[in-house]
Ligand binder design. Structure first.
Ligand code: PMP
Length: 393
């Protein structure tokens, strides 16, 4: 089945914003429609309820299978923002929360709200990964309840060295949470190998529907149930509220697809990303990739085009849907905190575009971007600095 990205968008707009949200996989839509057409509250005891509950548990097994955990270790939520909030809520005991400087606001703002005086932000290095020496120094101070370090950054795609983070945190007696929202479904995750205690994920980043996610809570942690939402005791008391059956089914279907295709999709995304990146770097002078080009997600590149403000470049190429900074911060003013933490100047950060692609991206999409982006950068530079600026390398 082919994904038609043009259903709700003009035909000629190339979608390169998968890190904001990936298109729904056709198999996911096919799995969700019959569920949406059927009545059933997964908590009801009659046949409709039992059927709905069955769907939820099948989906739970599929997501567990993608992660290498047991189904009973998953709590379904309304997305990764909620999973991140729940993770910090459940693990913070009034001592200290330690987070990386490049975390998503769903972690930074939560830590700040919950533990205003007790949050330590660990710097990241210029290649975008958490500074392990600084983390180790921070942990040496003791009394840390939870360390939360993202698996992959949403703006640069840079991967954290999670095994080392986990080892350091555990040695200091802290629980470890990772926001794996951008990693899950794009690179393999195996929770039998990765000794993290809690992990957040979100369906819409790997071809599932928006508004559904999960928090993995390792059983051996024996964490006391501490919900954010009280009510009917759903999700073993972890998350009250009628189950979003169709959404959860969609997440399960996305997990199934992602698992069976992860190798080919990784290669596909990486090849297209590299082609786009190489071409833009070759053609546009004063362009540079941010973060490690070695340890990063396959489908994303963050490129600074010097002297070309990203908002103007994006406006100059309406047929390419990419992002300045990240759509998760839409409405937020100011340059990306991630890029600033990596040492970029304010004007460099403001001249940075994130291109992110995935399973349904085609060579034609990349061909289009390769044509459109240099023209837009040239247009903006010329408008701002006059024609004397030489654009083509
Ligand atoms: N964490 C990261 C790293 C993300 O990229 C996002 C989504 N932009 C979130 C958390 C929030 O996820 P959700 O949209 O499911 O609330």
């Amino acid at each position: 089945m082919e994904t038609d990205l043009t259903v709700n968008a003009p035909k000629d707009v190339t979608y390169l914003d998968y890190n904001a949200t990936a298109p729904l996989r056709p198999e996911v839509l096919a799995a969700m429609v019959p569920v949406l057409q059927t009545v059933g509250n997964a908590s009801s005891q009659h046949v409709y309820g039992l059927t709905a509950a069955n769907h939820v548990e099948t989906a739970r097994r599929r997501v567990a299978d993608l992660l290498g955990c047991s189904p009973g270790e998953l709590v379904f939520t309304a997305g990764a923002t909620e999973a991140n909030n729940l993770a910090l809520h459940a693990t913070y005991r009034g001592h200290r929360i330690v987070v990386g400087a490049s975390e998503h606001p769903a972690i930074l703002e939560t830590a700040n709200a919950r533990a205003t005086e007790n949050t330590t932000i660990v710097p990241i290095g210029r290649y975008g990964a958490i500074d392990l020496t600084a983390l180790s120094d921070t942990l040496a101070g003791g009394s840390v309840d939870v360390v939360s370090v993202m698996a992959a950054n949403n703006e640069t795609g840079v991967l954290s060295d999670l095994p080392v983070v986990i080892e350091l945190a555990h040695a200091a007696g802290a629980v470890v949470h990772t926001d794996a929202t951008q990693l899950v479904g794009k690179l393999p995750v195996d929770l039998t190998e990765l000794d993290v205690d809690l992990l957040s994920l979100s369906a819409h980043k790997f071809g599932g529907p928006q508004g559904v996610g999960a928090l993995f809570v390792r059983r051996s942690l024996r964490l006391a149930t501490r919900p954010l939402l009280y009510g009917g005791g759903h999700e073993r008391g972890w998350r009250a509220g009628t189950a979003n059956v169709a959404g959860i089914v969609g997440m399960g279907a996305a997990a199934l697809e992602a698992k069976s295709r992860i190798r080919t999709e990784t290669q596909h995304s990486q090849r297209l990303r590299d082609r786009l990146e190489q071409s833009l770097l070759n053609v546009i002078h004063g362009s540079r990739v941010n973060g490690s080009t070695e340890h990063r997600l396959p489908g994303v590149t963050s490129i600074t085009f010097a002297e070309a403000p990203a908002d103007a470049v994006l406006a100059a190429m309406p047929t390419v849907a990419a992002s300045d900074g990240s759509a998760c911060h839409s409405g937020a003013l100011g340059p990306s905190h991630v890029l600033l933490a990596m040492g970029l100047s304010r004007s460099e950060a403001e001249s940075t575009i994130r291109f992110s692609l995935g399973y349904a991206t085609t060579d034609a999409d990349i061909d289009h971007a390769i044509q459109a982006v240099p023209k837009a950068v040239e247009f903006v530079r010329t408008a701002l600095h006059g024609t004397s600026q030489r654009m083509l390398a």
